[in-house]
Design a protein around this ligand. Sequence first.
Ligand code: UD1
Length: 428
Amino acid sequence: MDTIHIQGGNPLKGTIQIGGAKNAALPLMAASLLTSETLRLSNLPHLADISTMSHLLSEMGTRVAMEGGAPNGGHMGRVLALNSPDSIETTAPYDLVRKMRASVLVLGPLVARFGHARVSLPGGCAIGTRPVDLHLKALETMGAEIELCEGYIDARAPDGLSGAHVLFSNVTVGGTENILMAATLARGETVIANAAREPEITDLANCLVAMGAKITGIGSDTLKVTGVEALHGADHSVVGDRIEMGSYAIAAAITGGDLLLQGARPDLMESVTDVLKMAGVNVAIEEKGLRISSSGSLKGFDVMTEPFPGFPTDMQAQMMVLASVADGASMVTESIFENRFMHVPELVRMGANINVHGSSAIVRGVGHLSGAQVMATDLRASVSLVLAGLVAKGETVVSRVYHLDRGYERLEEKISSCGGIIERVKGQ
Ligand code: UD1
């Protein structure tokens, strides 16, 4: 298996282009199941999860084609064209769903358009049990009959879904996306209350509107959807990845660097930039993007993860690296997932001083981290180890690189173009 080798200590300086958001692209791709016409998506990141969703959709009978492309064969400028004919196979098999939980996003669109879906239950993952009960309950409220059988969700609505008042008891990003998509083709009006407000949901809602859906309240916690007979094709550019942007912002901050981050919207990152400012990092919104610079002298801070517009759980591990090298103590509280401190023991092996008490971690800043051989069990934990490697003394070797490939496009290239010493070593 491949490993990433990092020599720490170099400040990152230069410009990094941020790609399209994985977490926006995945539901957008699933939305192509809602119409027999072609949905064209641009600004898609080149990531393993996108390939997994392409694979799942094409297994089900969606025609997935890459159109155009950069002259150098790169991914930028390419458009993914997705066309789901009326003769789709409505089963999402275990083999593909187990690779990526977001596969469950095909459930809502399939039931809404075809009246039937059989989707493997995703199961738990490294950061928690992550059930999909709220997705299923909401679909039942809309008239679907759901059975769990042989590890599969079997959802049926032969006469179509009906608009309903759906109140999520917990804020769920995937649940909101599934029900939003399903509601576009349901009979009558659906109100989604306590909806998640993540920018990726707003991006999905805007694309659905471009496909002919009737949605109001976009960006708020109450979405109103009036079902239509059919949706049509559209062209849509995927919103920039705020988590990729935040991860590189921390790379600049901890290495005493100066990075201009282009391609994502700084206005969607206020909860992250607020914490960076508290830690003494310079944050400037410029015409071309977000500039992050730091002398490397950082102060401790307290942060708690929350649904958007709060601080994102997907930035928690990276922010903990910053806390590890800041002066004084920080408290990092995880309120979304019950088991999202898997990076802590690895950071401790690199010299960090972190104590976990329930859902909070007390991080006491240390003079320096030291390079080590480390591995992680999920995507954001893995990138936190890369960040720690960039500031650590000596060499860090990160294994299980496939986690990084799920969410960070050309990571080594982007970091090394700004002065970081990082390379991928191919495994046997
Ligand atoms: C999405 C993101 C993920 C991010 C998370 C929270 C994608 C592809 N993934 O994941 O990167 O970390 O939002 O911002 O966009 N829950 C239930 N029952 C349900 C659904 C969720 O109990 O039916 C719980 C989960 O276990 C978790 C919390 O609700 O504790 C939030 O999960 P949710 O917002 O649904 O996360 P995902 O959509 O899976």
